[in-house]
Design a protein around this ligand. Sequence first.
Ligand code: ATP
Length: 365
Amino acid sequence: MAEILVHNLCKEFGDFVAVQSSSFKVEDGEFFMILGPSGCGKTTTLRMIAGLELPTSGEIYIDGDEVGQMPASRRDIAFVFQLYALYPHMNVRRNISYPLLSQGMRRAQVQEKVAEVARILGIQDILESPVSALSGGDRQRVALGRAIVRNPKCFLMDEPLGALDAEFRAHMSEELRALHNRMGATTVYVTHDQLEAMQMGDKIVVMNHGIIEQFGVPQDIYDKPASMFVADFIGSPPMNFLRFRANVEAGATAVPYRQHRLGMPALHEPLEGDVVYGVRPEHISLSDSADYRGEIMASEYLGTTQIITLNTENGEVKARISSSQPARVGETVGLEFNGATVTLFDNQSGRALRSELNEGVLSSG
Ligand code: ATP
């Protein structure tokens, strides 16, 4: 078990800055996600925690000890890769035993540990099978078994489910999370899949271009995005952005836009200038009385809900409404925004403006 603290971590490759002043804390026993698009610096961050890459500057503490320059072998960490190299000529038992035998542990104790790990992972019946005969999922379980059996301080996982097909991936992610709930070992998990991060993580750090955009619990990341990048990257379909020039006083709960008044949480400071009004598709409803109107361009049926795409005076807007609600393509309808859930962003910086909605989230991020 371990607490990991990353402080002002930077990594440069020549002139290229892969990770810039990253700071976050992984609490003991937490399942912690590093989420972001390809090339944003997730793997580089993980490799620095593991000791496979040295930081250019900044510190990494594991249980209070600074380990930034310490060799990987002394950090007591298990690293699980996407395509974990198992020994194909050995059976499952030998693969799992190997790390312990190479440490010089007595055979009887090794057998005990392997039995315990096999029970945790539910792979007792394949212990004598050659790994070459196993399915992808069982191989992944054996790979996890090899990591768990060493009883490391923490687990670092780099897209461990990335090679699996969608259905099996969902199954394995549930299994991994259940395993974590039983073992409670600190886990840092890298993914570019926002759904996986939301479903599995206790906390998420969202990265973009080597910079941390936001750090927090999944619900805050979704409900109170700190930037337009986060609002767009998380959620499917992503948040809608309406852009216009505003001039409102601190504390106002609506922003005038042409002949409309659009609801919003009270802002902490007066606002004058170009803003972006961010509203999630599920926070838009159709209302005959609403004067903000849009023409339905398309409707996508998703079972209990449907996504409708509308053309409005402010561009394209997507709304998630009940499938039972009639929505005909070509029809012009009124749109009502749930103002309490709206995030306003500064158009230039893309950062959220401080309001009643995101109080605490922005200051702690
Ligand atoms: P992916 O999911 O595609 O691996 P990532 O977020 O994990 O993305 P990193 O692997 O951390 O991204 O890479 C961040 C950036 O640093 C990328 O632009 C990558 O090309 C660059 N990079 C990584 N390792 C090196 C290296 N050894 N030398 C030069 N550039 C590197």
